[in-house]
Write a protein that binds this ligand. Structure first.
Ligand code: HEM
Length: 248
């Protein structure tokens, strides 16, 4: 898709329908896994007991958690497959790959926040914070799937990989339960702050619902992508460093 196609009246197309549906579906699936997972972990707490009884008892909660875990695993596999297909066959730019500039952008922004420089980092389609969140969720998701399947099929794991030590089961439980807490806190604190409470987007960053982002935000948050899509040079700007196309 060319920059011109993406450029509307004072706004830019940021996400296509596929990414919007994928995000919303993941929100629902993740919420169900957190609710049904944490109510098992904190089974002695009164809120967890109320939740388990409301959902129909512990067997039902475990059934919901496992079936939703399966859906989560399929989402993750399709996400990785679509990314690989796009990179190999559709020549998508690797817009989520972490590069050297992300590290210098983080330092530049720190200098800006401390008042040492008067200009924030000039980021491309995804800034270093968005990449950090994306890789955290994706790598964390793979870990949740592997450890979840290990807890679900403990005997099958040993028939498949007999060389594995027995400690793998309690280790999977520790990793699954602690990564769940970490993922929950990152989403509840960091992601919700960035998409709702951050002054730049308050009261809500609507781009993942509508697919559009304002020109003002593009210039402020993604100046390099703005320059690449419009062919315009922003004041004090320099040539966009990443020339790849972006995915839908
Ligand atoms: C990514 C989101 C997920 C979260 C937040 C999550 C959270 C949790 C938590 C907190 C527990 C309780 C652990 C404990 O008792 O200390 C748990 C248990 C479990 N989880 Fe997950 N989980 C997730 C994904 C998955 C996936 C993808 C699978 C399988 C494919 C899975 C399968 C299981 C199983 C089998 C258990 C043991 C309880 C049972 O027998 O049902 N989970 N999960």
């Amino acid at each position: 898709m060319s920059g011109k196609d993406r450029h509307g009246e004072g706004k830019f197309k940021r996400f296509g329908p596929y990414r919007i549906i994928e995000h919303q579906a993941n929100v629902v699936v993740f919420a169900v896994l957190v609710i049904t997972g944490l109510s098992q972990r904190y089974h002695a707490a009164s809120w967890a007991q109320w939740l388990v009884m409301t959902l129909g008892g512990i067997d039902m909660v475990r059934f919901i958690h496992r079936s939703t875990g399966l859906v989560f695993s399929l989402f993750l596999i399709q996400h990785i497959a679509v990314a690989a297909y796009g990179l190999i066959f559709k020549k998508w730019g690797p817009s989520m790959i972490i590069n050297k500039k992300d590290f210098s952008d983080a330092i530049d922004n720190l200098r800006y926040y401390f008042g040492i420089t008067d200009r924030p980092a000039r980021c491309d389609r995804y800034d270093y914070k968005q990449k950090f969140e994306y890789w955290g969720v994706t790598v964390g998701g793979v870990l949740m799937v592997i450890t979840g399947l290990t807890l679900w099929f403990p005997t099958e794991i040993f028939s498949l990989l007999p060389m594995l030590p027995g400690q793998i089961i309690p280790a999977a439980k520790v990793a699954h339960t602690n990564e769940a807490m970490l993922a929950f806190l990152v989403i509840a604190i960091w992601h919700i702050y960035n998409s709702i409470f951050s002054p730049e987007v308050f009261p809500l960053d609507t781009s993942i619902f509508t697919g559009w982002i304002s020109e003002e935000r593009m210039i402020h948050e993604h100046p390099l992508e703005y320059e690449r899509l419009t062919g315009e040079k922003l004041e004090g700007g320099h040539e966009a460093e990443t020339k790849g196309l972006t995915d839908d």
